[in-house]
Design a protein around this ligand. Structure first.
Ligand SMILES: [Zn+2]
Length: 76
């Protein structure tokens, strides 16, 4: 496998807080690490905690490592 070190295009996943609607861009690499290490419920995408209000942040649009597509609409 070839890895291009000069690759600068970093994909980001937009997370939105369900409580206060704060938006945060999280590098997809980070999301994937959490997704893979989360060996519990594969139905759930990795969640992050809102730094503003402590509420749950969920992805606006994200396809997980298991091929499951999540959108914010799943939570509203
Ligand atoms: Zn919040």
């Amino acid at each position: 496998m070839e890895i291009r070190a000069k690759e600068k295009v970093k994909r980001e996943v937009k997370y939105i807080c369900l409580e206060c609607n704060t938006e945060e861009l999280i590098p997809e690499d980070i999301v994937r690490i959490f997704d893979i290490s989360d060996d519990g419920d594969i139905e759930e995408p990795p969640r992050f905690r809102c730094e503003n209000c402590g509420g749950p942040m969920v992805p606006e649009d994200y396809t997980g490592v298991d091929g499951i597509h999540y959108t914010i609409d799943d939570y509203r």
